[in-house]
Design a protein. Structure first.
Length: 290
C-alpha cells in the first residue's frame, strides 16, 4: 500500500470482553484503513486470554496485559510494543470514521504538541432508552474540552499522543480504574506540551443500554473524580446532591403532567445519576489485580 501523506501511526486498543466483543473489535479495526508503516496492537486485558482472537485481522499484534484489570495498564503495555512515533489510543467499543488517522494530521501538529484530542460521540443506531438518554445528555461527547483556565483534556478512548511526550511524563498512571486520561492531560500540559483538538477525528461510542450498568459506569467515573480531586484539589468536586435531586424530581413531575414523557424520564434519570455519582464518589478507585 502506498505510504500516506502523514507519519505512520501505532494504534493501541485495550481489550476486555467476550467473543462478541472480539467480533465488534475486528470490524472496528478494519474501518481504520491502515497504510504502509501503520501498526495495529490489541492489548489483551482479559484474565484467561482473548476469546476468539483468531477472528482479528492477521495484521493485528496481540500483547498480553494481564497484571491488573485496568485500561491504563493495557494502554501502557501496548505503547511499549509500538514502534512508531505517534500512538493512537482508541477503545475497543468505539467505531472510528474510516478517515480517522488522516483526520488527526489535518492540519499537521506543531512540534510542541504532545497530544491530539479526537471526538467521542454516542452511536446513533442505539434505540434503547438509556442509550437515547446518554446521547441526549452528551455522555462522553468530548473533543479536547477545556476543564479550566489553560487546561484541556484528551479522552483516553480516542487520543493520538506523541511518543516523546507520552514517555516524558511516564505514560498513564496504573493501579486505578478511572481518571487516568485527565491526569495524563494535566501532566502533559505541566511538562509544557500542548494538546490540540481534532473534531473530525471522530469515533462513535456504544453506550450502556441498561440502567444498572449505566449507573455503575457513572459511579466508577465518580470514584475517579474523587481520586483526581485529591491529586488536583478543586478539580473534580462531588456533584451537589440534595438541591439538584429535588429539582430533578420537580422537573420530572411537571414534564409528566404536560405529557412530555421521555423528557420526564430523562430528568428522573438525571436524579438517579446524581445519586450514583455521590455513591461512587465514596468508593475506591483501585484497579483489581490479576
Amino acid at each position: 500500500m502506498t505510504p500516506p501523506d502523514r507519519p505512520p501511526v501505532s494504534v493501541v486498543v485495550p481489550f476486555i470482553g467476550d467473543r462478541g466483543a472480539v467480533i465488534s473489535l475486528a470490524a472496528n479495526l478494519e474501518r481504520l484503513n491502515p497504510c504502509l508503516g501503520d501498526e495495529l496492537i490489541v492489548a489483551d486485558n482479559t484474565r484467561e486470554g482473548m476469546p476468539g482472537g483468531v477472528l482479528l485481522p492477521s495484521s493485528v499484534q496481540v500483547v498480553r496485559a494481564a497484571r491488573e484489570r485496568s485500561a491504563y495498564h493495557a494502554r501502557n503495555t501496548g505503547a511499549r510494543a509500538a514502534r512508531n512515533q505517534w500512538i493512537l489510543f482508541i477503545d475497543a467499543d468505539c467505531r472510528p470514521v474510516p478517515h480517522l488517522l488522516a483526520a488527526y494530521f489535518d492540519p499537521p501538529p506543531p512540534n510542541g504538541c504532545g497530544a491530539l484530542a479526537g471526538a467521542v460521540v454516542g452511536a446513533g443506531g442505539q434505540s434503547a432508552l438509556i442509550a437515547r438518554y446518554a446521547r441526549a445528555r452528551g455522555f462522553l461527547n468530548m473533543a479536547g474540552g477545556t476543564v479550566g483556565p489553560g487546561w484541556r483534556i484528551a479522552v483516553g478512548g480516542n487520543v493520538l499522543v506523541r511518543r516523546a511526550a507520552f514517555e516524558s511524563v511516564g505514560g498513564f498512571v496504573e493501579g486505578i480504574r478511572s481518571g487516568g486520561d485527565v491526569d495524563l492531560s494535566r501532566r502533559l500540559i505541566a511538562a509544557r506540551w500542548t494538546i490540540e483538538e481534532r473534531r473530525a477525528a471522530l469515533v462513535e461510542h456504544r453506550h450502556r443500554d441498561r440502567l444498572v450498568p449505566f449507573l455503575a459506569t457513572i459511579a466508577r467515573y465518580a470514584a475517579g473524580s474523587r481520586w483526581l480531586n485529591r491529586r488536583y484539589p478543586g478539580h473534580s468536586p462531588r456533584w451537589p446532591l440534595t438541591r439538584q435531586l429535588a429539582l430533578s424530581a420537580r422537573d420530572a413531575a411537571l414534564l409528566s403532567v404536560r405529557g412530555r414523557r421521555e423528557e420526564a424520564v430523562f430528568r428522573a434519570l438525571d436524579g438517579l445519576g446524581l445519586v450514583a455519582h455521590n455513591v461512587g464518589y465514596l468508593g475506591g478507585n483501585s484497579a483489581r489485580s490479576a
